[in-house]
Write a protein of this length. Structure first.
Lengths: 539, 436
């Protein structure tokens, strides 16, 4: 058994080391999109026009008669279609593999008042955590979104965001701008300081004061270090300085109207360059927002916050709030003449993003404003309007071709160009059948490959069709991710960690009440997995 | 169902932005209990621009002023709750034992339904506070219960700035046993005392550092590498306390720890405005009266904790009679709706007079909060904060009918019941038509 285990081990290591050759970025073909209606957003619509894409950029566009089609162009016939700029969601948390969560340390505070501070991730970069997933990219392209801002989610100082073009799965190729902004949440920590919202506010104020002090001491020290005791290096403050002192943009996520006021107080006190995100109650403080003219990244997630006066006065009002009052946020802002962008912050399914855009329009937001809020407005707010946000020569070739007017019920996105790369949009994958089978529980599994067998225990959790859990073996605990049980078809991804290296293996097979059988595939080979349920009551 | 009925009334008030300049109102023919200037068996109160301009008989209503007929009803000053935790998003910053840097002003919640509930009990002003989990908690805030207005509109700028302290079981986390987590210092009463002394001494040191820096900066030849000390919000708040810009409001039950804290305040030089709960205050009434320190207590509630086991129902009345400034508080949203019942109990337990009992929930808490010049009694020149009851407020049968703040009606029972009736009818009709 021991020899077999070691061979198995070696086999897995070898698989890890297999390099998959990466292809260099190619210069894509030149395209001529012809005969479509063009909605550039920043200029009047063109009834029948031509767009020339070369080298990932829009080379030219205009009415059919006025634009010459280059000889080397691949013709994309777009009769009956409408071309819009690719949509931008200016706040998401897609593709983020959060860093390993430390288990909450029990507060150990001997005698000194030195609280365990948490949530101070100013130096966490979103682009370091990116794991782009093909299915997510496709689902966003399907609704016409080509560009997303990805920001870390957890913590008070959540981290620094990155702007991505959804052009594939290679993170580096997707990055348009990095970092974009520092994200701050009015969140609290557990079993640490600050555990209350007022603690968070004190921490935020103290942090900006400390950034000032840190920079002052650094300047003094740099000028004439002799005679001055150096200040201890602080990575948190180092990362905060560009935002506190050089006024790089900070994005505050505001979940209710008091959060908006809290943010505005901080912005005023420390003279910050800031944007507000979330802002689902922005209409309730429209008068204040009108005066400050602060850029708003308004979420399409219209959920009333728990503090809201509308949700603790009975079911009727709560429903009205969820269905009518809060979805009218953006149309109210529009009526007040307040400029905003729309984001998908808080929404996980791409389909609900489209649904919520439609309900915002139904609640009174003019369609043209919704389009602007998803194209040129976010581009301007994020400082990338010279290269994104509209169909203009010289801008990045992010173009979506729709079968009808955008956001309409029947309209489909047919083709999407991101960075000038053409993506054909396919029908969404079949909805997984709700499963009557429940495979939650403990299982004993054997993985057998060319190099032998290994025994492991499996713990499965099931929620509807979603499968989660762990596989434990002498190598440790491996996480089961993205598991789907559709009828009897089971598939999941296994994050196998061996000696610090993580490798993804994909399982696909069949599950019955007490047995699971299938194949695990990984780079370099595959193995069979058979599992039987451990009856309850036994060890 | 009822919730949605409340909503109609609440929405009719709206969540309007903007500040209130105070309204005009004439209350006629009521039995006016001024609390400080006796009783008018049948009188009028004229409020203009939110301020009481006239109290007397047969006052004529100026043009356009709304008139309320209070015939047979009792008109009293709006009730003031000196210790509660409503209208806040968060109560305790338990991540550290000393958290003077936190300010409850940052977490106001104007949408807390407890605000409206308090209005139904005749309350018009509250001192809403950080909790008692820490030896030194945070900075508290005094609000008027202007339901429907913004949180900023509710803040009372004239009120004393107060800092929450806590002694005893809560501060040493005696009732939060944890088998796994390591516990936080302090875990004993002596630890609580020691940590407060230590932090205040640190604050004194902090103040000295800043004084030295400022002097050096002002001097004719300031030193070459002069850098100010680091600004520390926690120390700044304690410095404000030591400079007399803030007063201490200290949660404590036992006589021994209360006296120790008084000693501490004299040693370090800060003012205690009031002890909260103080079940054993009656044991040290002489000392507290001599120090001029008030207490804010429950009436007939004790023994819910070991440190409250020696409380007595006579505590409030006895201490009041010994010259201590006593107020009755709710410490929450529930008791706030019937503080007048608790005040009445002080007549049974201890024999306070009607007027003395009413003082416990009006002028006394006003003095404790430093707002006795503007509220706490019905006098010309004070704010038009009024509650109207159908019976004497100290009667067991009484109900609050209207609550008025600065001349504006924030609670009207008759109106509310009417709208509820209309709503019920509307729902019944909808049900009949099959719409719901």
């Amino acid at each position: 058994m021991k020899i077999q285990k070691n061979l198995f081990f070696v086999f897995l290591i070898a698989a890890l080391l297999v390099q998959v050759p990466t292809s260099k970025a190619d210069v894509g073909p030149t395209y001529a999109i012809i005969n479509c209606k063009i909605v550039p957003v920043t200029s009047p619509a063109i009834e029948k026009g031509v767009i020339i894409i070369r080298n990932g950029l829009i080379e030219s566009l205009g009415p059919k008669e006025k634009v010459a089609i280059p000889e080397d162009a691949e013709i994309i016939e777009a009769e009956g279609l409408i071309a819009y700029p690719g949509l931008i969601s200016a706040h998401t948390s897609l593709f983020l593999e959060p860093p390993k969560e430390e288990p909450p340390t029990p507060m150990i505070v001997p005698t000194e008042t030195q609280e365990v501070k948490k949530g101070m991730n100013s130096d966490l970069f979103a682009f370091k955590l990116l794991k782009p997933k093909k299915s997510t990219i496709e689902s966003y392209q399907r609704i016409g979104v080509t560009t997303v801002l990805v920001a870390p989610e957890r913590g008070i100082f959540a981290g620094q965001s990155v702007l991505l073009n959804l052009n594939g799965e290679k993170a580096e190729a997707m990055i348009i701008k990095n970092p974009v902004a520092l994200h701050i949440n009015f969140a609290t920590e557990r079993q640490a300081y600050p555990s209350s919202l007022m603690g968070t506010m004190a921490l935020l104020k103290q942090s900006f004061l400390d950034a000032d002090y840190y920079s002052l001491c650094q300047a003094q020290f740099a000028k004439a270090p002799n005679g001055i005791k150096r200040l201890e290096y602080d990575p948190f403050l180092e990362a905060l300085l560009p935002y506190a002192k050089e006024k790089k943009p900070i994005i505050f996520t505001c979940n209710n109207l008091e959060d908006i006021k809290r943010a505005l107080r901080l912005i005023d006190k420390f003279k910050l360059n800031a944007l507000l995100s979330g802002a689902n109650e922005a209409w309730r403080v429209a008068d204040i927002l009108k005066k400050t003219k602060i850029p708003l990244l308004v979420t399409l997630n219209f959920k009333p916050p728990f503090t809201s006066i509308y949700i603790n006065q009975g079911e009727e009002l709560k429903e009205k709030a969820e269905k009518e009052i809060y979805p009218a946020n953006t149309s109210n802002l529009y009526k007040e003449g307040i400029k905003f962008a729309l984001t998908s912050y808080g929404l996980t399914e791409a389909s609900s993003i489209l649904k919520n855009i439609q309900s915002a329009v139904k609640a009174g937001l003019p369609k043209e404003e919704a389009i602007k809020a998803l194209t040129i407005n976010p581009a301007q707010f994020l400082g990338v309007n010279q290269i994104l946000g509209s169909l203009e020569p010289g801008k990045i070739a992010n173009v979506i071709l729709t079968s009808g007017e955008v956001f309409e019920e029947k309209t489909q996105v047919e083709k999407v160009f991101v960075d000038g790369i053409l993506f054909k949009i396919e029908k969404p994958p079949k909805e997984a059948k709700p499963s009557a089978l429940n495979i939650a529980g403990s299982w004993k599994a054997t993985i057998s490959g060319p190099m032998g067998e290994m025994e492991m225990t499996v713990e499965i959790e099931q929620e509807g069709n979603e499968i989660r859990g762990f596989i434990s073996s002498s190598f440790g605990k491996w996480e089961i991710r993205d598991g789907v049980l559709s009828g009897n078809d089971l598939s999941f991804t296994l994050a196998a960690t061996i000696m610090g290296e993580t490798m993804e293996m994909n399982f696909s097979g069949k599950a019955e009440k007490d047995t699971i059988e299938g194949t695990i595939a990984f780079a370099g080979g595959k193995a069979e997995l058979r599992a039987t349920r451990v009856p309850k009551g036994t060890n | 169902m009822i919730g949605s009925l409340i909503f109609i009334f609440i929405i009719s008030l709206g969540v309007l932005p903007g500040f209130s300049k105070g309204a005009d109102l004439l209350i006629k023919n009521g039995i006016i209990l001024t609390v400080t200037k006796g009783t008018l068996p049948k009188g009028d109160i004229l409020i203009l621009g939110g301020i009481i301009k006239q109290i007397g008989e047969n006052i004529q209503a100026p043009q356009g002023v709304k008139v309320i007929d209070a015939s047979g009803k009792y008109v009293v000053p709006g009730i003031i709750d000196s210790h509660t935790h409503i209208a806040l998003t968060g109560t305790n910053e338990s991540g550290a034992a000393i958290t003077s840097e936190v300010d409850m002003r940052e977490v106001l919640n104007a949408e807390d339904p407890s605000i409206y509930n308090a209005l139904t009990g005749g309350a018009t002003m509250v001192h809403t506070m950080h909790g008692s989990a820490n030896p030194i908690g945070g900075q508290n805030i005094t609000l008027k219960l202007k339901w429907g207005k913004t949180s900023e509109d509710m803040i009372v700028p004239e009120a004393l700035r107060t800092l929450k302290f806590a002694l005893g079981e809560n501060a040493k986390q005696a009732n939060m046993p944890s088998l796994t987590a390591a516990r936080r210092y302090p875990m004993s009463r002596m630890g609580v005392n020691a940590i407060i002394r230590r932090e205040l001494l640190k604050a004194k040191n902090y103040m000295q550092q800043w004084d030295r820096y400022l002097e050096a900066k002002k001097s004719k030849k300031p030193p070459k590498n002069l850098i100010p000390p680091r600004k520390d919000l926690r120390m700044e708040a304690l410095a404000e306390l030591l400079r007399g810009k803030m007063v201490a409001r200290c949660h404590g039950y036992r006589a021994d720890e209360i006296l120790e804290f008084v000693k501490l305040s004299k040693e370090l030089g800060f003012k205690i405005a009031c002890f909260e709960h103080a079940s054993e205050a009656f044991k040290i009434a002489k000392e507290l009266a001599a120090e001029g320190i008030g207490i804010s207590v429950f009436l007939d509630s004790w023994a819910y904790k070991v440190e409250a086991s020696e409380g007595i129902a006579y505590n409030a009345a006895y201490c009041a009679q010994k010259g201590i400034l006593v107020s009755i508080n709710s410490d929450g949203g529930e008791r706030m709706r019937h503080l007048f019942n608790d005040a009445a109990k002080a007549m049974k337990y201890g024999g306070l007079s009607e007027e003395e009992a009413l003082k416990l929930i009006t002028i006394n808490p006003a003095i404790q909060l430093g707002v006795d010049k503007i509220v706490g009694s019905l006098e010309v020149g004070k704010h038009g904060d009024v509650a109207i009851f159908n019976e004497h407020p100290l009667s067991a049968y009484t109900r609050c009918e209207m609550t008025i703040i600065e001349g504006e009606t924030y609670f009207d029972r008759a109106q509310y019941l009417k709208e509820r009736e209309e709503m019920e009818k509307r729902l019944k009709d909808q049900k009949k038509k099959g719409e719901i």
